[in-house]
Design a protein around this ligand. Structure first.
Ligand code: APR
Length: 316
């Protein structure tokens, strides 16, 4: 039986994700948005591309939650971008309201689904979706580290003029400034990165990856990155649909110190084994003292956002 995937939010990332999924040809995609006509128009345009690329993907656009009924996976990209004059906390509260509403509607139609979050601030939004869905944390997780890792890998491959396939790296922690690249485990064709790139240059590359989202916002001027974030979600979906047991950095719930990173009851970017049931395991990687300090700092930033949501009765 074909799997059904709902994408809540048919904006830049949502629509581009639909495109990546349509290329697979083996899934039904529902694009949901509150804007009248927009998801229907994008879905129809994409559907009309299928005979050209030879894909039998079914794609529908809707403003009606009923059309999302019995989805296997629901991806939540719905949210507002930060507008001029809006504080970080204002955006946090607005997007928490949107994610709460979308989660309630989505799970009412698809009580057995897996929820994958993309709305920012990502880790905090995962907390909201976990609470509103009542799902086990294994079925609620977010896209974070695959994107940061991909940016880092892309820049390293460019620097060394090698295939991206040769570059193995992990970036943990939160997005952007808080990201924690694991330099010690980064290698190119098995050769440690520290043997290939001098420390100072490597620092510059890490910094570019760290500011990767901002670099794109500055170039685009309106909107933020969407190709790579949606490709990252497509990879997570593929891991679930095919029970691949891939170990990918995702925003996952640590519960009672799962994974052994000394972080409790918090969503944070950590390596997770993804399979048919969602997050099967938070995987432990030994961190250096410096990496651990950076991860704890990252956890503290997420905790701050969670506290703001609690203070505003958006989380309990
Ligand atoms: N229900 C459903 N969709 C909604 C709702 C809602 N309550 N509120 C807003 N949306 C929709 C908007 O209509 C819009 O089409 O969410 C979509 C968001 O799309 P974009 O503004 O194009 O944003 P995008 O670039 O896709 O990013 C989405 O992912 O990476 C993060 O920071 C980014 O939080 C942002 C999210």
């Amino acid at each position: 039986m074909r799997k059904k995937i709902t994408i809540a939010g048919a904006g830049q990332t949502g629509a581009t994700l639909a495109h990546w999924l349509a290329l697979r040809g083996d899934v039904d995609v529902v694009l949901f948005d509150i804007v009248d006509g927009m998801p229907q128009g994008k879905a129809l345009d994409l559907l009309e591309a299928m005979p050209i690329i030879g894909s039998d993907a079914h794609i529908v656009g809707t403003n009606d939650w009923e059309a999302t009924k019995d989805s296997d996976i629901v991806v939540i990209t719905s949210g507002l971008p930060r507008k001029p004059g809006m504080s970080r906390d204002d955006l946090l509260k607005v997007n928490a309201g949107i994610v709460a509403d979308v989660t309630r509607n989505a799970v009412a139609q698809s009580p057995n689904s897996i929820l994958i979050l993309l709305t920012n601030p990502l880790d905090a939004m995962c907390h909201v979706a976990l609470q509103e869905s009542g799902f086990p944390a294994s079925r609620v997780f977010g896209q974070a580290g695959i994107l940061d890792t991909a940016r880092f890998r892309a820049f390293l491959a460019m620097e060394l003029n090698v295939s991206v396939a040769e570059v193995n790296a992990y970036v943990l922690g939160g997005h952007g400034d808080d990201m924690v690249p694991l330099i010690g485990s980064t290698n190119v064709g098995g050769i440690p990165i520290s043997k290939l790139i001098p420390a100072e240059r490597l620092g510059q590359i890490v910094d570019r990856a760290r500011k990767g989202g901002g670099e794109i916002v500055a170039l685009l001027k309106t909107g933020s990155a969407f190709y790579a974030p949606s490709a990252a979600i497509a990879q997570m979906i593929d891991a679930v649909l095919n029970d691949r047991k891939r170990i990918l950095p995702c925003s996952v719930y640590t519960g009672d110190n799962e994974g052994g990173y000394d972080v409790n009851n918090l969503y944070l970017g950590l390596p997770a084994r993804l399979g048919a049931t969602g997050v099967e395991k938070v995987v432990h990687i030994d961190l250096t003292e410096e990496e651990n300090a950076a991860l704890q700092k990252s956890a503290a930033s997420v905790q701050e956002l969670v506290t703001v949501l609690k203070d505003n009765d958006l989380l309990h």
